[in-house]
Design a protein around this ligand. Structure first.
Ligand code: NAD
Length: 255
């Protein structure tokens, strides 16, 4: 019996990186998983991987082209999820990420501030706006937001991203209080540097991040480390866990 038997999950930005690893991990454990991704090529490729991972577990994968920053697109993607798989029980607001354009508040361009606020924060807001009512209709479930170690510690150089991820941590706690009565648990994961293809390019280009790597007590993370935390939070094993921000950070926030 899989840890995600009977679950239907919607993961934004699951065409690559952490979201894709999580979609695969969920499917291995019997979940039906929607890959809500803006990039059609990445989405279609991830769908194939998720279906392969599902094998005969009862899990499945479905790519739905989605712009999580757009009302109509997000609303339609959630509706298509329910139409195809019958319900929604797990919402993972994962799409986001920092860029090399970020910087200290005195230097970072406005465009980067609004880009990350729109994708990471507003994307989480919209996913929740349309996803939570469906989870409530299904009798409850789990929302997993994506924060960052940068929401939990003071580290200079990325003030746009820090602002978005700090707000996501705060919203996670208020949402947990609001929806507990509907049996919807809301938690967030706070990864530190995780070696997705996007971040590997950062690591090559920015020596600061490589120095930061020396304070990762157990080495830098891989997408599977974050996926395994998401799996716990999505499953019924986390039945009493809500409103928490979980670092998966190789000890960087305590070192
Ligand atoms: N990788 C890390 O080091 C790290 C650390 C802390 C937090 N995080 C967070 O984890 C999450 C995933 O990061 P990742 O490294 O796997 O990123 P990634 O760039 O590998 O994957 C993100 C995916 O989101 C998709 N996407 C972008 N805009 C979208 C939109 N508007 N609608 C739908 N999909 C969209 C991209 O096409 C891409 O496939 C992000 O929220 C990021 O901030 C990552």
């Amino acid at each position: 019996m899989g840890r995600m038997d009977g679950k239907v999950a919607f993961i934004s930005g699951a065409g690559n990186g952490i979201g894709r690893a999580t979609a695969i991990r969920f499917a291995e454990e019997g979940a039906k998983v929607v890959i809500a991704e803006i990039d059609p090529e990445a989405g279609a490729s991830a769908e194939r991987m998720v279906k392969d991972a599902a094998g005969n577990t009862g899990g499945d994968g479905l790519f739905i082209e989605t712009d999580i920053t757009d009302h109509d697109s997000t609303k339609a993607a959630i509706a298509a999820t329910v139409e195809h798989f019958g319900k929604l029980t797990v919402l993972h607001n994962n799409a986001g990420g920092s860029t090399m354009d970020d910087g200290p508040v005195t230097e970072a361009p406005d465009e980067e501030f609004w880009r990350v606020i729109k994708l990471d924060l507003f994307g989480t807001f919209l996913g929740s706006k349309y996803g939570i009512p469906e989870i409530i209709k299904a009798g409850g479930g789990s929302v997993i937001n994506m924060s960052s170690n940068l929401a939990l510690m003071g580290q200079g150089g990325r003030d746009c991203y820090t602002a978005a991820k700090g707000a996501i941590a705060a919203m996670t706690r208020s949402m947990a209080v609001e929806y507990a009565g509907d049996k919807v648990r809301v938690n967030a994961i706070a990864p530190s540097v995780t070696q997705t293809d996007r971040v590997k390019k950062f690591l090559e280009a920015d020596p600061t991040i490589i120095q930061q790597g020396t304070r990762h007590l157990l080495g830098l993370g891989e997408p599977i480390h974050i996926a395994n935390m998401a799996l716990y939070l999505a499953s019924d094993e986390a039945a009493l866990t809500t409103g928490q921000i979980f670092p998966v950070d190789s000890g960087i926030t305590i070192s």
